[in-house]
Write a protein that binds this ligand. Structure first.
Ligand code: SAM
Ligand code: SF4
Length: 430
């Protein structure tokens, strides 16, 4: 979502004449868009500000803006800790950035951290999305009302808020006109999307079904979804919708019901398995990926073993896994943390199981012909980059006319992260 937000911030500041530059030594303004989900991210921000400060030690400083969730969570603290920072602006206030930049005065610190999501969505509607990537993101929902005990999102992104249905379709049309062949619908809880107009409720399934009608659009994805919002209408999309990719990122966090309860996840392992079996029954080629957390306060060895068992049962083909990081203001921050070495050991064991699944999946594609959407040429190489239906990176020979097309590729080799192959048929797959 930060990638999407960063692009939209560029669209907004472009209205008052700012342009992107690679000239790090002569910029008028730096904007760092930040993530606060784990502690390391915050320190990275100060490190990056320090690096920029060194560049400008002997000349006029640029306007230094910190945007995103670290700005939201730390606000005044950041201005005090690092005087080189001029402006902090939260993720639901970035539509106000032009007013701040236009009125900027040296030595006048600015802070904007209101949850003003509706007026942000209004401004996004009025600001042309200039993204021209083959695979584009489109935010449909932001915020979270679920309050998992470990997570800062409800505090940094605010309550769940869905964008108006028609605005989303208008932005999708723009992206498609700009060359998007794949759209990933985004939200902190993307499948909680709900917008009511004229007594009709629109859900994420409504958006997916509508997007299916755009002939130039070839692929639809969404992320990140929550198990409790995997409603029947969304599951039904996997019956009817040919453009919805058979790959679902559905975070579970732990394979132990006890830990899920401690985390306030509001779903059980059985609910997750039920969703999995319903989807695989609809389409046996559907694959899952997930988010996992180890070392959550209260996670015992037997709980961790249940997570490992789940990973053996559902062959997740790609996942994110983290050690619990205590976040200020969350309920879990009051709990006693585990021995970090034990958490590290658990993470290593979990990841070795996840990587085994990942590499087995990649190997299973060797000598197969698969559909790949070609996204771009790889810089300084005579190779092209694309992705298969499961979002695996595919590296291949191609030419620039293939960008934006779905081609058939014979997979010859793989490593843990990528597949390598040759185009066998340039006729665009349906
Ligand atoms: N809303 C999604 C869900 O609940 O399924 C997840 C969104 S969250 C931004 C992305 C992931 O970051 C989570 O699934 C979780 O695994 C991880 N995460 C969140 N808070 C964390 C924390 N305090 N420590 C470690 N990992 C964390
Ligand atoms: Fe965070 Fe996701 Fe839980 Fe919301 S549902 S609190 S975003 S982990």
């Amino acid at each position: 979502m930060n990638e999407y937000d960063s692009k939209r911030i560029f669209d907004i500041v472009g209205k008052i004449g700012y342009k992107k530059t690679d000239d790090q030594e002569n910029a008028d303004c730096y904007i760092i868009n930040t993530c606060h989900i784990r502690d390391k991210a915050k320190e990275k921000v100060y490190h990056e500000v320090g690096r920029i400060k060194n560049i400008y030690s002997n000349k006029n400083k640029p306007i230094m803006v910190i945007a995103g969730c670290v700005a939201q969570a730390e606000n005044q603290e950041m201005l005090k800790r690092e005087p080189f920072i001029d402006v902090v602006i939260g993720p639901q206030s970035y539509h106000k950035i032009n007013k701040i930049l236009k009125n900027f005065q040296i030595n006048k610190k600015e802070e904007e951290t209101e949850f003003d999501t509706i007026s942000k969505f209004d401004l996004l509607e009025k600001t042309k999305n200039s993204d021209n990537a083959v695979s584009s993101f489109l935010t449909i929902q932001e915020g979270c009302d679920k309050f998992c005990h470990f997570c800062v999102v409800p505090y940094t992104r605010g309550p769940e808020c869905s964008r108006p249905y028609k605005t989303i379709l208008a932005e999708a049309e723009e992206l498609i006109k700009n060359g998007a062949r794949e759209i990933t619908l985004l939200g902190q809880n993307v499948n909680a999307y709900s917008f009511t107009e004229n007594n009709k409720e629109f859900r994420i399934s409504s958006i997916i079904n509508e997007l299916e009608n755009y002939s130039e659009l070839k692929r639809i994805r969404y992320t990140t979804s929550h198990p409790i919002d995997m409603t029947e209408d969304l599951i039904d999309c996997y019956y009817s919708n040919k453009k919805l990719m058979p790959f679902i990122h559905l975070p579970i966090q732990s394979g132990s019901n006890k830990v899920l309860k401690l985390m306030n996840r509001k779903h059980k392992v059985e609910d997750y398995l039920d969703i999995y079996s319903k989807l695989v029954k609809i389409n046996s080629s559907i694959k899952f990926s997930s988010d996992f957390m180890v070392g959550y306060p209260g996670e015992e060895k037997s709980d961790f073993e249940q997570t490992i068992k789940l990973v053996e049962e559902i062959k997740f083909i790609n996942s994110f896994s983290f050690i619990f990081s205590s976040r200020p203001g969350t309920k879990a921050s009051k709990l006693k943390e585990y021995d970090i070495n034990q958490s590290k050991e658990r993470l290593v064991e979990l990841q070795s199981n996840l990587f085994k699944n990942q590499i087995n999946h990649n190997k299973s594609l060797i000598n197969k012909n698969i559909d790949v959407l070609i996204e771009n040429k790889i810089e300084k190489q005579n190779k092209y980059f694309g992705r298969n239906e499961y979002l695996n990176p595919v590296i291949l020979d191609g030419d620039k006319n293939d960008i934006g097309k779905i081609v058939r590729v014979n997979i010859e080799n793989c490593n843990q992260n990528s597949l390598f192959g040759k185009i066998t048929n340039k006729m665009e797959a349906a």
